[in-house]
Design a protein around this ligand. Structure first.
Ligand SMILES: NC(=O)c1ccc[n+]([C@@H]2O[C@H](COP(=O)([O-])OP(=O)(O)OC[C@H]3O[C@@H](n4cnc5c(N)ncnc54)[C@H](OP(=O)(O)O)[C@@H]3O)[C@@H](O)[C@H]2O)c1
Length: 329
């Protein structure tokens, strides 16, 4: 019989309030504890979501011996420290994207998880939703033929606020790490790693990127045309182009609800891929499934791929001139 898992939530911000809703739809997951930098926020969150334990510091949550899995939902600048602290306390970890500020941090997090034989995964939630299986099936059936090109842009217009984590360099601000990580992960999934990268960006007054355009060339000559911005909105449709046709991935890149297959010379075929609840429960279930099987990495979101994505984003940041405090020029 597989066991139930006690989850601890780190941070009481926006995504914690969304993730927990998905988590609470899962039979095997117990929303057991929450931690905040302030006891009052932890208490409010615990009350809102009927959570038994509310801790006024993250350290107190890590010390709770009953917690199996920690979900890290702090600003990107804190992921490295928070993940290491949770792992060193013997907890399995699901860490929000972007996984870390840079590849060096990611490498250390991965090494500690492997050394301690604890589960660790970047919360790339869209890989665990129904559209993924359908897209994989379409590719496995070779309905697109040889893949030549991917187009993906995840952008949202967001008013500039120097104190918001999206724009504050000390919190790991910039649209590349916050939004660009999705199109880059999509490119990695379908096209593999880039062999070369061309990129350009606009920087906002705080010195981080608020618009990035990227062209990846892959080893076989295929290309990915990727973008992200907090200055404009897009239709949130990604497309994958091959010798036999193209596939549109509709909906937010975070939660695609529909695929449209256009095969050369044929009428488009729509595949609805609706998600249940708010779509965040799939990644949480995936973590528990791996723990049931005594696995410490998920093959659908391998740590080596997360590391590769961080290295790609390091390269882009170096090219567009975005460094975070503490990074050496
Ligand atoms: N998967 C998705 O769809 C998705 C969507 C949005 C965001 N995210 C990711 O989730 C993470 C959190 O994003 P969010 O939108 O939830 O951010 P948010 O609303 O600002 O919440 C972040 C939380 O982190 C804690 N925190 C720790 N140190 C902090 C600091 N120095 N300044 C501010 N807050 C601090 C705070 O909780 P306490 O005060 O309780 O300690 C805060 O509420 C980011 O990595 C982001 O990229 C993922």
């Amino acid at each position: 019989m597989s066991k139930n898992y006690k989850w601890g939530i780190i941070g009481t911000g926006r995504i914690s309030n969304i993730f927990i809703e998905g988590l609470q739809s899962l039979e095997k997951a117990e929303s057991y504890a929450v931690a905040s930098r302030s006891q009052a926020s932890a208490d409010d969150f615990a009350k809102k979501w009927s959570i038994k334990h509310a801790y006024g510091s993250y350290e107190d949550l890590y010390k709770d011996p009953d917690i199996d899995i920690v979900y890290i939902a702090t600003p990107i600048s804190s992921h490295h420290r928070d993940t290491l602290n949770a792992l060193e306390a013997g907890k399995h970890v699901l860490c929000e994207k972007a996984f870390a500020l840079n590849a060096d941090q990611a490498q250390e997090m991965i090494q500690v998880a492997r050394d301690e034989e604890l589960f660790l995964m970047e919360a790339m939630w869209n890989r665990f939703q129904p559209w993924y299986e359908k897209a994989t099936e379409i590719l496995d059936e070779n309905l697109l033929g040889e893949l030549y090109h991917l187009k993906a842009d995840l952008s949202f217009q967001f008013p500039f606020d120097p104190k918001h984590r999206l724009f504050d360099p000390s919190l790991g601000g910039g649209c590349l790490l916050d939004l660009g990580v999705y199109p880059i992960a999509l490119s990695s999934l379908f096209m593999g790693p880039p062999a070369s990268i061309a990129c350009t960006a606009n920087l906002c007054p705080t010195g981080v990127d608020d618009q990035v355009s990227m062209i990846f060339t892959h080893e076989n000559g295929a290309t990915s045309e990727l973008g992200c911005s907090s200055r404009y909105n897009t239709n949130q449709i990604a497309s994958l182009h091959g010798s036999k046709g193209f596939l549109e991935i509709h909906g937010l890149i975070g939660r695609p609800e529909r695929l449209v297959l256009h095969q050369n010379g044929q009428a488009p075929v729509i595949h609805e891929t609706p998600y249940e609840f708010n779509g965040y429960q799939y990644e949480a279930q995936a973590v528990m499934d791996m723990l049931d099987s005594k696995e410490i990495e998920h093959p659908r979101m391998p740590l080596d791929e997360t590391f590769q994505t961080m290295a790609v984003m390091d390269y882009i940041r170096e090219n567009i001139g975005v460094l975070y405090p503490g990074e050496i020029q």
